[in-house]
Ligand binder design. Structure first.
Ligand code: GDP
Length: 299
């Protein structure tokens, strides 16, 4: 399936390494656990997450509860799935439409692309969708979003480049209410070198939103690039600390052999992964499914 396809390169890496550890493991001893630990670290699971997994497996091994490599692999899969599922939350309640989804993240992570894909995703579910081009900073962002809108038949509300994002957002919220749209997706700016002004802008947008739709934004999705690995986590913290992030979209999963980053991000940011991007086309956005992901990662 699509997830498997996208994570094939990931599998070559973590899946194969683990296969080789397991092939050699007649007995699950400290040596095997160390090998496994190296494999998990090499796949970008990060120190915290890897240590947690290895400690749990070591406990089991001590009590002679792991008989062979195959069992080790199943336990490992269950551990990783458990970490991902721990972060899941019940879906948010939308008291009165529109449901407002704000997209935040650093430039170049795929925020605009994901906004466009997400609009098409909801559209395909029969929902009426509106997009707001509130990334008024990056030169091409508004035109880019217009192209996505044409592809999916979703209208966009925009302002000129350099305009006030909150003004565009205000118009979009009014329009979405007037037209009874089900969903409003807001693309925001992500310039990082002026981090205080960026956070102030996001905060202003949040307050503007709440003036018109009091329980919104219902979801603030942090868009992260899977190919940036552990470095991306540092930048992400900036947003989670001040932008009220409720979930993660991990893009470019098709471009990394280190799918373990998905687990590290969920665990370390304590946020659910909502969607993954697996390519540049409109259909290349998948709702995140932990079981499918773990199967793709480890086979
Ligand atoms: P923004 O600056 O965060 O709005 O980033 P863009 O939406 O402009 O995306 C930056 C680049 O990443 C573009 O070339 C996109 O086509 C590409 N991109 C976005 N998502 C994915 C994905 O899931 N897979 C791949 N391979 N490329 C992606």
């Amino acid at each position: 399936d699509r997830m498997k396809e996208a994570v094939t390169r990931t599998r070559d890496s973590l899946g194969e390494r683990i296969e080789s550890v397991i092939a050699l493991t007649r007995e699950v001893d400290e040596g095997a656990l160390e090998e496994l630990e190296m494999s998990l670290l090499a796949s970008d699971l990060g120190v915290t997450t890897t240590t947690e997994i290895i400690d749990a497996l070591r406990e089991r091994a001590k009590r002679q509860q792991i008989r062979d490599g195959a069992e080790l692999k199943e336990l490992l899969k269950a551990q990783i799935k458990g970490i991902l599922d721990d972060q899941q939350r019940p879906p948010h309640v939308v008291n009165s439409p529109p449901e407002v989804i704000m997209m935040v993240g650093v430039n170049g992570t795929g925020k605009t692309t994901t906004t466009g894909k997400l609009a098409a995703y909801f559209r395909a579910q029969g929902k009426s969708v509106l997009m707001c081009a509130a990334d008024t900073f990056r030169a091409a962002a508004i035109e880019q979003l217009e192209v996505w809108g044409q592809r999916s038949g979703v209208e966009i509300i925009k302002t000129r480049q350099g305009g006030d994002p909150s003004a565009a957002l205000f118009d979009a919220l009014q329009a979405a209410k007037a037209r009874s749209n089900d969903v409003l997706i807001v693309d925001t700016a992500g310039r990082l070198h002026t981090k205080n002004s960026l956070m102030a802008e996001l905060d202003k947008m949040r307050r503007t939103t709440q003036r018109i739709v009091p329980d919104a934004p219902h979801e603030v999705l942090l868009v992260m690039d899977a190919t940036t690995g552990q470095n991306g986590l540092q930048q992400a913290r900036l947003f989670t600390e001040s932008a009220g992030v409720t979930g993660i979209v991990l893009t470019k999963l098709d471009g990394t052999a280190k799918g373990g980053i998905v687990v590290a991000i969920a665990r370390e940011l304590e946020l659910p992964v909502r969607f993954v991007g697996v390519g540049e086309k409109i259909e290349d956005l998948l709702p995140f499914d932990s079981a499918a992901f773990v199967d793709s990662l480890l086979g």
